[in-house]
Design a protein around this ligand. Structure first.
Ligand code: MN
Length: 501
């Protein structure tokens, strides 16, 4: 469903005519080689497309206009091999509406000590050429990512790769459509927000539907389709005996399959990339969609429960960023605590809807009662999540702006088996510890819902927030509550002033 290879990042080198055609030919040759190298890097999931060296304001402006209208172009990598007077870049950069990365590198790794002459110096002058370019980016107050280092180095390739993933999610968000079945869970505050502002800021559009619109499509699922899907469940999961064909509750499994087919068809027909449901509005659906949501998330759809469209959009964005990486991304909720001398832990789960992509073993497909919602028992996938480092992030509407807050955590095995817990779950130690992480999270107004990923780092989220022009707050091993509170106060001032009128 998500294919990052169709996305293009354009490799754009700036120069000028001062050095003569021979030098410019060398600049072009080097840039072509670098673009090809980065395009072939395993760290970079998109294409890297070489563009002719830019030497005039007209060429720069035209390139930026071309990038704006090129559907597959998700951003530019810019680099000044030589000196490119930055007044030439004002018109183009003012028009550019795609993200850009400033790669501060040099074609030659080392100084050829015994050979170096003024020709070499004139060709390899990114050390000051890129500073001139950096000035105009700062003077124009443009969001961009600056990466410094030799272009063949792994860490430089990795950092470019992170940015291309964030830019892919950003491009995806511009055409994002979210289907919202039912409204918000009544009286809940943090899952609400300004959908018009969200569309202006992130690009995605939230479409509201009555659950009856979905029920109609669910009821259209044929017996043949249901038979086929049930067969898939039997192959993919450890299915409870009573749910199997001939079992006492096989009809509940078939009902779960019907719901999955219906939601999938609805989303596909409307070209939706994400969706929300709410257990308070399920009229006409026999069960709360559990397994269906888990499987749709696995296939790349964003999801938020209780009408949480912001988290649904974030899960989708993080699914795009994580495409092809190990680990997985899921909707998540901080559910309950384990206070212990060995470290305070969070048990994360939801009523049902945790994505299968983070499962550590083959999920068990079972049917159990749901204590709220007043519907038939829902089928669901139950598993322990992977262990290892992960990151949870949420976006809140703070009234004047959107804020993203993220916490780096370490997922650990559960202390003991959880034989009676009927939902998928993850147990983690927040960094630096629960006391600091939860206090900072609460001061920031962080939501109880998150998008939770083992594939992504804070750098992915920071790059994405930078593209969206939203606030980004990280809670990790370096966080102190007092410094964090200061940051919140300063950010309030900054975002108030930077917005202007
Ligand atoms: Mn919830």
């Amino acid at each position: 469903m998500i294919d990052l290879k169709q996305n293009e990042v354009w490799f754009v080198t700036g120069s000028q005519h001062l050095y003569g055609p021979k030098t410019l030919e060398q600049v072009a040759e080097h840039s072509r080689e670098m673009a090809a190298f980065l395009g072939a890097s395993t760290h970079i999931p998109t294409q890297v497309v070489f563009k002719p060296v830019l030497t005039t304001p007209e060429a720069i402006r035209n390139l930026c206009l071309e990038a704006n209208s090129a559907k597959n172009c998700i951003g530019l990598i810019t680099w000044m091999h030589t000196f490119s007077p930055a007044k030439m870049w004002i018109a183009g950069l003012n028009l550019l509406n795609k993200p850009f990365l400033h790669l501060h590198t040099q074609y030659n790794r080392e100084i050829p000590w015994s050979e170096i002459d003024m020709n070499f110096m004139n060709l390899n002058q990114a050390a000051h050429g890129d500073r001139e370019f950096g000035f105009i980016g700062s003077r124009l107050r443009l969001s961009r990512k600056v990466i410094v280092g030799f272009w063949r180095d792994e860490d430089v390739q990795a950092s470019i790769g992170v940015w291309t993933r964030a830019a892919s999610a950003w491009a995806d968000s511009q055409s994002g459509k979210i289907a919202r079945f039912g409204d918000n869970m009544r009286d809940v505050a943090v899952t609400e927000g300004d959908k018009v502002e969200a569309q202006i800021r992130f690009g995605y559009d939230v479409y509201g539907y009555g659950v009856g619109d979905l029920v109609k499509v669910v009821n259209q699922a044929s017996d043949v389709e249901i038979d086929k899907l049930v067969q898939q469940y039997l192959e993919e999961y450890d299915v409870a005996a009573e749910l199997r064909p001939g079992g006492e509750r096989n009809s509940s499994l078939r009902e779960g399959a019907r719901i999955e087919i219906g939601i999938r068809n609805f989303l596909d027909a409307g070209n939706f990339k994400a969706f929300t449901t709410t257990f308070e509005d399920l009229h006409g659906l026999a069960q709360l969609p559990g397994m269906a949501v888990q499987r749709l998330m696995r296939d790349g759809y964003g999801f938020g429960a209780e009408g949480d469209w912001k988290t649904s959009a974030l899960v989708r964005a993080m699914k795009v960023m994580a495409a092809g990486l190990k680990g997985g991304v899921s909707f998540m909720e901080d559910y309950t605590y384990h206070f212990a001398t060995s470290g305070d832990k969070v048990l994360g789960a939801h009523m049902l809807e945790i994505c299968e992509s983070i499962a550590s073993t083959k999920p068990r497909l079972d049917i159990l009662p749901l204590s709220i919602g007043g519907k038939a028992d829902p089928v669901r996938l139950i598993f322990d999540a992977n262990t290892g480092p992960a990151i949870g992030a949420s976006i809140m509407d703070m009234g004047q702006r959107f804020r993203m807050v993220a916490n780096v955590v370490d997922v650990v095995p559960t202390d003991q088996p959880l034989p009676k817990l009927p939902v998928a779950r993850a147990l983690w130690l927040p960094r630096p510890n629960l006391k600091v992480a939860a206090a900072a999270w609460i001061y920031a107004g962080g939501a109880h819902h998150t998008s939770f990923s083992y594939s992504l780092s804070a750098e992915h989220l920071r790059d994405f927030a930078e593209m969206a022009g939203i606030e980004f707050l990280l809670i990790d091993e370096k966080t102190s509550v007092e410094d964090f509170k200061d940051k919140l106060r300063w950010n309030d001032l900054y975002y108030h002033l930077s917005k202007g009128l």
